[in-house]
Design a binder for this molecule. Sequence first.
Ligand SMILES: Cc1cc2nc3c(=O)[nH]c(=O)nc-3n(C[C@H](O)[C@H](O)[C@H](O)COP(=O)(O)OP(=O)(O)OC[C@H]3O[C@@H](n4cnc5c(N)ncnc54)[C@H](O)[C@@H]3O)c2cc1C
Length: 436
Amino acid sequence: MGGNGLHRKARRGAQTFDAVVVGGGIVGLSTAYYLSERRGMRVAVLDRGRLGRGATWAAAGMLASQCEVEEAGPFLTFALAGRALYDRLAPALRDETGVDIGLRRSGALRVAFTEEERERLKRHAAEQRRWALDARWLEADEVRRLAPALAPGVLGGVYFPGDGHVDSRRLAAALAAACARRGVALLEHTEVTGWVVEPRQAQGPAAHPGGRDAGSAHPPGARRALGGGSGTASEGRVIGVATAAGELHAGAVVLAGGSWSGLLAAQLGVDLPVKPVRGEVVALRAVDVPLDTIVFAKGTCYLVPKADGRLLAGATQVDDGFRNVPTLGGLGALARAAETLAPPLAAAEVEDYWSGLRPGTADGLPVLGPVPGWAGLYVAAGHFRNGILLGPLSGMIVARLIQGEPVPFNWRAFGLEGRFGPADAPAAALAAAADR
Ligand SMILES: Cc1cc2nc3c(=O)[nH]c(=O)nc-3n(C[C@H](O)[C@H](O)[C@H](O)COP(=O)(O)OP(=O)(O)OC[C@H]3O[C@@H](n4cnc5c(N)ncnc54)[C@H](O)[C@@H]3O)c2cc1C
């Protein structure tokens, strides 16, 4: 293995798959779920810890497409499509696995405490109505009719009836159960330490995973890009991943490592500026606050009434590297914000308190699709505050790209091509990879 984590030559006897997914959070599990819809496709998901225990475990599970996104554009379109997908996904997962992911179309109410925020929210609602979306401006008394426990200082708000939430832990469990039923290899405690690469070869006939050439990661003729994905400008090909237990080879490799994705991409000379942003959430019980809808106050906190009777109050946003611990300061800040929003919460019982690392990107948008310069490699990362909302659709997009099937969404605004700083040439990374 080269010092940079790259392996140049494939070791004989490595396990082979049609697709290997690095990272078993919502994004990686969703990718495997949609890949495995195609019968006979051999898929593996690798996680260095337990499946679904990264940011996905920490999430409040909001599907807050309209509440979170203020401006019309590709991100709002993505967010709306991500939310809509849950209408099919939730019943499909229940039928296949028996797991109820707790989908609730509770609506979301975004409230204003200042005149400035009130004006801004009115514009937000008007903008969304221009896009034929249901966004209702409510005066202060109407807000209190909807959510009587809110503080008297609330000056009004926008109600988005289409937003809602799921239980992100159950969602991960359901996706994992569906994958297991379909024969996906779910490899926990298996850290990817590097990539298995080779120089790009001449293009051969098309080889789609699950198809005739599926038996080997790189049989004769299978070295061309799969599906409509990796570009012709490729200088190198990723043919697998390295772990302490050996190499796994695959026709397609998906990098879905959440906050750690940038570190893995850097081994290939790829600039993928994904950075961890810690978030902390407190779960409250015995709450004397009748609340059916999500309440969201920008810059302070949100409240999410879960189906099991808990009320989640979240979330801090802290730039503290990979330090993933709930802190007293975070708990204090959440307590003050929640009490300011709904004063009766002062008496609520603290049941649990946790943290997670959101995968943030330099421009705040997720990164999806083929990795320029490296045939066979795809990325699905950087979903920051909205990975539960966008994870299933991201997984479907990447799966369809790999399979060479029509993609039900124009993902190109989120592609890596030309988006961040110049990457080192794959050729340089390849040259640094040691032969064995
Ligand atoms: C407090 C908090 C609240 C949130 N609330 C919401 C919300 O309400 N709605 C919403 O849509 N989003 C929310 N999010 C964001 C959402 O949780 C994330 O965007 C999403 O979970 C990211 O999913 P992921 O699969 O990319 O990453 P993760 O869930 O972090 O999964 C990445 C996985 O990759 C694995 N991995 C990393 N490196 C390696 C390696 N080298 N080898 C093998 N495996 C590796 C990790 O172990 C991890 O399991 C919240 C996040 C936080 C922290």
